[in-house]
Ligand binder design. Structure first.
Ligand SMILES: Cc1cc2nc3c(=O)[nH]c(=O)nc-3n(C[C@H](O)[C@H](O)[C@H](O)COP(=O)(O)O)c2cc1C
Length: 438
């Protein structure tokens, strides 16, 4: 068996405050909480991690099982990763698309999650300059002239017709999600996908009403949110996954992002904001931190991406040190500037971190890799049988996104100690891990 690279977990960044953690008035992780019009059974959200098991834009049984498993493991809400509002907004041709005809298949997914007692959100977006134009067969869009690396060509500069089409597509997608039984939608305003690329002064060099000042750079996002809210009202919760900073020179600055968040709050366009940072286009490791799995990526990427990645992979996947809750200090600046519910994300693995986040005023925590490692960790936290995730942030899960996203090293229960309820899931996960590591 190959040995996974293990990154060192540096000192915990979250200041533990034992007194507040045991204070009976502190908010409780396992009590239900409102997110706009819906109520989660607890404060844990599964963050969007592209599942790699949808096919040609459609739901599969594996996708349903992925989220049913997360729900059975105890999260309050699971997030279906990345449903493109238009086919050309996909990050890969297999990525879900909001087709009107997809309601029955999406309904099977939402029913499966609900049957396990959790809620389900759809992350909706347009990948913009991060779209995979080669795989999608459609043009990637960008605010200004920018090379689309996955398409090996320049992206199309979005004109007013494109912008109107994108806004209309978001509205259609929100309505579709409502019809399909989703409890929430998460609008992607991060990682330099289309809306986030408009927010970036580096990527957005426009001279028209969509470029220049932060009012202009935020226009496409806010106009879309207004149209979406007008269309679906409070029938489902609306959240935004917002970049706090882009993490490279000339990118979005924190004060501009806080301003955008304030506008979202003041017009009640969203029910909560999930805070992220970094760019899938410029510096993806900024939002993961830890070891970049460059060698493993080359092995698992689609063949046409391998030569390019072999050349630039090390530079593109720059390493950043990993700390528990590595966005905590940045996110606290949003917490003190805003009143609306905020979702802390980024290296949240341990029970104490989640509790401290609530004490510090965050309403929810979202977890990605810790739940890929162990989808049942929330239930273990609830039962008191665990206080830490076994995720070592080796980021090998990133390399599985084209073949069925999973943690290739996880096995939360040794040998045959798997509880009966999780037998089928665990044997499936062990098979997948064996295939990747051998
Ligand atoms: C395998 C994998 C796939 C991901 N796919 C997405 C995605 O489709 N959309 C998105 O916004 N973020 C995606 N992310 C980022 C996560 O949502 C999250 O921002 C990041 O992993 C940091 O949170 P964590 O430390 O809890 O994992 C992905 C992360 C991983 C590990």
């Amino acid at each position: 068996m190959a040995t996974p690279s293990v990154c060192e977990c540096k000192t915990q960044q979250v200041a533990e405050d034992p007194e507040s953690l045991t204070n009976p008035d502190s908010p409780k992780l396992f009590e239900s909480a409102d997110l706009g019009p819906v109520t989660l059974r607890n404060r844990f959200i599964k963050a969007a991690t592209f599942e790699g098991v949808s096919r040609n834009g459609h739901v599969t049984d594996e996708l349903i099982e992925f989220h049913r498993e997360m729900a059975s493991g105890g999260v309050g809400m699971t997030t279906v990763a990345y449903m493109a509002v238009l086919p050309e907004g996909r990050t890969h041709r297999d990525c879900l698309v909001a087709y009107t005809s997809s309601v029955p298949e999406l309904r099977r997914l939402t029913d499966a999650v609900h049957s396990e007692g959790a809620l389900v959100s759809a992350q909706v977006g347009h990948a913009g300059p991060v779209a995979n134009a080669s795989s999608n067969g459609g043009k990637a869009l960008a605010p200004s002239r920018w090379f689309n690396p996955l398409g090996f060509r320049f992206a199309k500069i979005a004109d007013s017709t494109d912008i109107a089409e994108v806004i209309a597509a978001y509205v259609r997608t929100a309505q579709l999600c409502r019809e399909s039984g989703f409890d929430a939608i998460e609008v992607h305003v991060g990682h330099n996908y289309l809306f986030s690329s408009f927010l970036s002064p580096q990527l957005n060099r426009r001279q028209d009403s969509y470029g220049g000042s932060i009012e202009n750079r935020a226009r496409i996002t806010l106009d879309t949110l207004r149209a979406v809210r007008a269309a679906v009202g409070n029938d489902l919760a609306i959240t935004a996954k917002l970049n706090m900073v882009d993490g490279y020179r000339g990118g979005l600055k924190i004060e501009d992002s806080i301003q955008v968040a304030k506008w979202m709050q003041d017009e009640q366009l969203v029910d909560a904001i999930e805070l992220t940072a970094g760019s899938s286009l410029m510096n993806p490791m900024f939002y993961f931190k830890g070891d970049p799995p460059v060698k493993q990526f080359i092995k698992t990427l689609p063949w046409y991406l391998r030569p390019g990645f072999a050349l630039v992979g090390k530079k593109f996947l720059k390493a950043y040190p990993y700390n528990e809750a590595y966005f905590y200090e940045m996110a606290k600046q949003f917490r003190s500037a805003l009143d609306l519910p905020l979702i802390l994300m980024g290296g949240v693995s341990n029970l104490d971190t989640a509790q401290q986040a609530l004490v510090d005023g965050f309403e929810f925590v979202a977890m990605g890799r810790a739940l890929l490692y162990d989808p049942f960790i929330i239930e273990s936290y609830r039962q008191g049988s665990a206080t830490e995730s076994g995720c070592i942030h080796c980021n090998l899960c990133m390399t599985t996104i084209y073949s069925g996203t999973h943690c290739p090293i996880s096995d939360p229960w040794p040998g045959d100690q798997v509880p009966q309820k999780y037998h089928a899931s665990m044997s499936n996960r062990r098979d997948k891990s064996r295939n990747l590591l051998h």
